[in-house]
Structures are given as C-alpha cells and as structure tokens.
Design a protein around this ligand. Structure first.
Ligand code: IPD
Ligand code: CA
Ligand code: CA
Length: 265
C-alpha cells in the first residue's frame, strides 16, 4: 500500500518556544547592531515615550520569523499593532522593552515574545542580549535562564524583600505614593526601566516582587508566564485576576504576595 495518502495527513506543528527563541535571536542581532550607531530617537506623542529605528527594525526581524512559522496566528506587536489571524493562536511582541535604557547605553533592555493559544499563555521568551541572558518558559514545563532552571525567591516578608516597579512615562505621580509606601516597608525598591526584564528578574529570584500600572500586553505577557512557571504569583495590583490586558500587574514569589498587595492598597 502506498504511504502517500497517509503522509498527506501528517501536519508538522512548529514548537512555539523554539520559534520564539529564534525570533528573539534575530531581534537581538538587530538591536546590538543598531546600538553601535548614532540612534534616531523620536518621541511617540507622550513626553519621554521614546521609539528608535532599532525598535522598528527589531520588530520587522522578529515578525518575519514568527509569521513564516505560524502563518495563521494573530499578532499583537508594539510598533505595528494588532494583525488578525485565522487560528486561536496569537503572538505578543515587544521588540525592545526598555527603549530609554537602550537609547542611553544602559544594558537593561530586552526583547519580549509570548505565544498564546485560546487565550492561554503557552510560551514566553525575554532575551536581554547586552546582559547575555535569555529567559524562557513553557506552560507546565518550568522556566529557565540560559538553559538552567530558575525559581522565585524564598523570602517570606516584605521587610526582607528587594522590590522593583516602573512608572508610566507621562504619569509619574500615580505610582509615587505606592513607591513611597513600599520603600518604607521593603529592604529596597528599584526602578530598572524594563517591565519584561523586571518580571524575568522576579522569576529568577533577584527581585522578590514587582508592580506597575499602565502596562501593555507586550510588556507583561512573556514575563507573566516566566513568573508563574518559576513558582511565583501574578495578579493585578488590586489582587484581581491577571490578564495580559489588565494594565496593572503585581508579580511576586507568591510568599509575600498578600502582604505586598496590602502595602500597595
Ligand atoms: C516601557 C518599559 C518601562 C515601563 C514603561 C514601558 P518600552 O516599555 O517597560 O519599564 O515603565 O511603562 O512603557 O516603551 O521601553 O517598550
Ligand atoms: Ca515595553
Ligand atoms: Ca517597546
């Protein structure tokens, strides 16, 4: 019997994490190449909300890889916006998270790529090329940094914690009070300038908690999966259900989550 009719039925599904890693490497090559050139920096409408030619070129390189492997998936990418797909799959992409850091030569910036199926986060990559660190997670399979498994910290009290937060470029006042409250209670509060990397650092135990308001799906999608797969907890700051479009996020090692939510209440 000929195998041809049977073989026609075999559909090869690419692995989303492998594709996300490949796309992140392509984007990283673009960012590193542009980092050595004078940057064309523009403000995106709001004061201090920067975009560079590197953001756009990185996004183009990333989307080329994702679209070639998953032609039917929808895409939500920071610079080009939403593109519908014909399946229940979606890529969520920030081609450069931490643009202001990047523009100043501060190495805490990254590429963030997440893959959703039927609204569930399935795979996520946060790659910080200038730090030589690639964080990756797959639903149900844990989180890794450069191929080594990672876990959230084991700190039990906010008083022993190092926290991180971020500020909306056009609304510093909104988070100022919370920054003050947390600073009084925690050992330290940092503001590193890349929400996706802040979440990756929470996933690997460098930060014990992170919160921010006014974020977008591309800032939080991959990092949310990293924190969960590393054993942490993610909600909104008001403890409501975490969704990629929730805008506010509170991520922690789980142990200090309720106490931190009280501090920020
Ligand atoms: C920004 C960074 C920053 C956060 C801002 C974001 P961008 O993303 O994640 O840490 O505080 O709210 O907009 O603009 O560098 O991709
Ligand atoms: Ca971002
Ligand atoms: Ca960005």
């Amino acid at each position: 019997m000929s195998l041809a009719p049977l073989l026609k039925e075999v559909v090869v599904h690419p692995d989303p994490l492998t594709i996300a890693l490949e796309a992140a490497r392509e984007g990283a090559a673009v960012l590193l190449a542009h980092a050595n050139r004078p940057l064309e920096i523009a403000e995106k409408g709001r004061r201090a909300d920067l975009v560079t030619a590197a953001d756009r070129a990185s996004e183009a390189a990333i989307l080329a890889v994702l679209r070639a492997a998953f032609p039917s998936a929808a895409v939500l990418a920071e610079e080009s916006g939403a593109a519908p797909g014909t399946s229940d799959e979606r890529w969520i992409v920030d081609p450069l998270d931490g643009t202001t850091n990047y523009a100043h030569g501060y190495p805490l910036y990254c590429i963030s790529i997440a893959f959703e199926r039927a609204g569930e986060l399935i795979a996520g990559v946060v790659y910080a090329p200038a730090m030589g660190e690639c964080f990756a997670a797959e639903r149900g399979a844990g989180a890794r940094r450069n191929d080594a498994p990672i876990a959230v910290s084991t700190i039990e009290r906010v008083g022993d914690a190092m926290l991180c937060t971020g500020f909306h470029p056009a609304d510093y006042e909104r988070n100022a009070r919370f920054f003050g409250q947390a600073s009084h209670r925690a050992q330290a509060v940092r503001r590193d300038g890349s929400a996706a990397l802040d979440l990756a650092y929470t996933a690997c135990g460098r930060f014990d908690g992170f919160w921010e308001f006014d974020l977008h799906p591309w800032d939080v999608a991959a990092g949310t999966l990293l924190v969960r797969e590393a054993g942490g907890r993610v909600t909104r700051v008001d403890r409501g259900e975490a969704r990629v479009d929730a805008r506010s996020i509170l991520a922690s090692n789980a142990r200090i989550h309720d106490e931190l939510a009280d501090v920020l209440a």
